[in-house]
Design a protein around this ligand. Structure first.
Ligand SMILES: [Fe+2]
Length: 305
C-alpha cells in the first residue's frame, strides 16, 4: 500500500522512513520551489524566443529541438544558480546542507505524441531509478516548471514497491552508461540503442496507476526504488519539469534505504552526489559498500568534455 501525504508536518527523519516504505510526499506551495521554477522558466523562454516554450514543438523540427536541447540542458544542469536552488529547496524543507548530498538537477522535456522522444528527450518507460544504479537511499524530487496535466506528467505503479518484477537491470552497467553520455546526439535520432532497464513483460492495461499533479511551486518526493514512468504526452503542450536526487549521509553510512528487491545492475551512481554545503564528494571508503566487485568498463563518473 502506498500512502500519499500532502503538505505533511513530519520531520526529515520521519519523511525518509515513509519514503523508504513506499509512500509519496507532495508539498504544494514552497516559495523556494516556486523560485527555482521561475528561474528555469526564464532560461527556457530565452532559449526558445520568440516561440512560446510549451508550443515550441509546433515551430521547430525534431532535429532543431535536439540541437537546442543538447546545448541547453548541460547549461542548465551546471549553472551555478541551479545547484544553489537545490540547496535552498532542501534547507526550506528542513534538512541541513551538511548532511545532504545531491546530484545536479536535470531538466526534462516531454513533447506531445509524435515529437522528439529519444536521446536528449528520452521518454522513460516503466523503471526504477535503482535499476539505473541509484543508491537505495536515493530520494527523487520532481517539480513542474510550467503547469502540468495528468496526460503529460508521470505515473507510479504502486503495486510493485518492494516487490520483485522480472526485469533486465542485470544488463545495465553504470560505468558503460557514463561512456554513452558523451555521445547523446547518436541516440537522439530514430534509434536509441542504449540499455534501458525495464520490466521484461509490459505492464497490463489493468495495472493500478497513481498520477499526482503538483502545481508550479510544488514538488513530489519519492524513493528512487518506486516503479514509475513518463506518461506519453497526449496533451497539446510540451512538458518541462526538473528533477534532482538526494541522499542523507546517515543513510549512506547505515545502509538505510528502500527495499531494492529486484535490482541487478552493476556499479553505483553514488559518486555523482555532492555535499550541498561544500560540494564535497563521498570518499571511496563511503562508496565501496555500494559498488559491485565486477564493475569496470567505463568512467566511474561522467565528466562532460
Ligand atoms: Fe526515474
Amino acid at each position: 500500500m502506498v500512502n500519499v501525504h500532502i503538505d505533511p508536518s513530519f520531520d526529515d527523519e520521519e519523511r525518509r522512513r515513509r519514503l523508504f516504505a513506499g509512500d509519496v510526499i507532495v508539498y504544494t506551495h514552497v516559495p523556494e520551489i516556486a523560485a527555482f521554477a521561475e528561474f528555469t522558466r526564464g532560461l527556457i523562454t530565452e532559449v526558445f524566443a520568440p516561440d512560446e516554450p510549451t508550443a515550441v514543438h509546433t515551430r521547430r523540427s525534431k532535429d532543431e529541438l535536439a540541437d537546442l536541447l543538447i546545448d541547453f540542458k548541460p547549461k542548465f544542469i551546471h549553472h551555478p544558480e541551479s545547484i544553489a536552488h537545490v540547496r535552498k529547496v532542501v534547507s526550506a524543507l528542513g534538512v541541513g546542507a551538511e548532511q545532504i548530498h545531491a546530484d545536479v538537477p536535470k531538466l526534462r522535456t516531454a513533447f506531445p505524441a509524435g515529437g522528439l522522444n529519444t536521446g536528449i528527450a528520452y521518454a522513460f518507460q516503466a523503471h526504477r531509478d535503482t535499476w539505473y544504479a541509484a543508491p537505495k537511499a536515493q530520494i527523487n524530487w520532481w517539480l513542474p516548471v510550467f503547469p502540468v496535466e495528468p496526460n503529460n506528467i508521470m505515473e507510479f505503479y504502486p503495486r510493485w514497491f518492494g516487490r520483485e518484477i522480472p526485469n533486465n537491470s542485470g544488463d545495465y552497467n553504470y560505468y558503460v552508461a557514463n561512456a554513452w553520455r558523451g555521445h547523446i546526439k547518436d541516440f537522439s535520432g530514430a534509434k536509441d540503442t542504449r540499455v534501458h532497464p525495464a520490466p521484461l513483460e509490459p505492464l497490463g492495461e489493468g495495472e493500478p496507476r497513481l498520477t499526482l499533479v503538483p502545481p508550479v511551486g510544488g514538488v513530489m518526493l519519492f524513493s528512487g526504488d518506486q516503479l514509475h514512468a513518463s506518461i506519453p504526452n497526449t496533451s497539446a503542450a510540451t512538458r518541462y519539469s526538473i528533477d534532482f536526487r538526494t541522499v542523507h549521509v546517515d543513510d549512506v553510512h547505515s545502509g538505510n534505504g528502500a527495499p531494492v528487491a529486484d535490482v541487478r545492475c552493476v556499479g553505483t551512481a553514488l559518486r555523482d552526489f555532492r555535499r550541498l554545503s561544500d560540494l564535497a564528494d563521498f570518499t571511496e571508503e563511503e562508496v565501496a559498500p555500494y559498488d559491485s566487485a565486477d564493475a569496470a568498463d567505463g568512467p566511474k563518473v561522467y565528466v562532460p568534455s
